[in-house]
Design a binder for this molecule. Structure first.
Ligand code: DGY
Length: 322
């Protein structure tokens, strides 16, 4: 029997995934689930063929270049791959894979939770109740932003953007979007395409960010671009921290230019900018877009399907191409 491929597993993934990988690979695991420093990843990579990582491990150009030659593939347990320098990996002949599709619905659900949570003051109303401060129903208390009939601008109309659009149409929102190209998919014929972000921002009563983080989208939502949005707009981000410049959003929430924000991701995770904490109009979650049992299992199985395919010389299900 051929020897099992050797795999460094940087985080503790769901039990079904760990059982499968322990069965099929000679695995080095991180049972404490501590986030490994790049130097530790490099040290643990010396005698393995592949790495299974998450978005918490940063494979910069420097790290990729320092990896030993025995590393042939890195499978990331995420759809986003801004933590992997894909160009450096390609130059070094390292294959990369990710986990698209399987987390689309879970993430789109959280986008709607953030949208509604922000629009309807879910944080401050629940907080008032939980702290024993709620004294009675009052006509002028916890007033949110109405959703029905409003324009939702979606930045990035890939799988998750489309799933957000479908859900929002159930709330009778009008869908606008910006994407590299218009999409032509059943059910979204009424969605209005904007060729530029400027044009989109101008109509966003609500903005949902569903694009990847890249040099082009870094700090796209900054003071200048927030100023282009209608007053009292609501901003939702379930994509990546860093697409929004948090200091700019905090200024806009404080001034009232932006009525509310719903964030599942933010800069410098896990450390939330403390200036957000004074804001009743922020609904924030700790990056739980894909956090359902079913989705997290499916992500792990997709990583392992990709690794199995790689070691069997079959095409990968989801290879990251530069
Ligand atoms: C992803 O897959 O990119 C998410 O951010 C992790 O859940």
């Amino acid at each position: 029997m051929a020897a099992k491929p050797r795999l460094l597993v940087t985080r503790n993934f769901p039990p079904n995934v760990m059982a499968r990988l322990r069965r099929d690979y000679a695995a080095i695991t991180n049972d404490e689930d501590r986030i490994l420093e790049p130097a530790e990843v490099l040290a643990l990579s010396q005698d393995v063929d592949a790495i299974l990582c998450a978005g918490t491990e940063k494979f910069s150009r420097e790290v990729i270049e320092a990896l030993p030659e025995n590393i042939r593939i890195i499978a990331t347990y995420s759809v986003g791959y801004d933590h992997l320098d894909a160009a450096a990996a390609a130059e070094k002949g390292i294959t990369l894979s990710n986990t698209p599709d399987v987390l689309t619905d879970a993430t789109a659900d959280i986008a709607l939770l953030c949208l509604l949570g922000a629009a309807r003051m879910a944080h401050s109303s629940a907080q008032t109740l939980r702290s024993g401060q709620w004294s009675s129903w009052a006509a002028n208390q916890f007033l949110g932003v109405h959703v029905t009939g409003k324009r939702l601008g979606i930045l990035g109309m890939g799988r998750i953007g489309q799933a957000v659009a479908r859900r929002a149409m159930g709330f009778n929102m009008q869908i606008h979007y910006h994407n590299r190209r218009p999409v032509d998919v059943p059910g979204l014929e009424a969605a209005i395409y904007h060729k530029t972000t400027d044009s989109l921002l101008g109509v966003c009563d609500f903005l949902s960010i569903n694009c990847g983080l890249s040099a082009k989208t870094k700090y796209l939502i900054n003071d200048e671009n927030i100023a282009k949005m209608p007053d009292n707009a609501v901003i939702v981000n379930t994509a990546r921290g860093g697409i929004i410049e948090d200091a700019a959003l905090i200024r806009a929430l404080k001034s009232g230019k932006i009525a509310a924000a719903g964030l599942d991701v933010f800069e410098n995770e896990p450390h939330l900018n403390p200036d957000y904490l004074d804001l009743d109009t922020l609904f924030v979650l700790p990056h739980i877009g894909s956090a359902t049992v079913e989705t997290r299992d499916a992500m792990g199985n997709m990583c392992l399907d990709n690794l199995d395919a790689f070691f069997a010389d079959r095409p990968l299900i989801s290879e990251i191409k530069t």
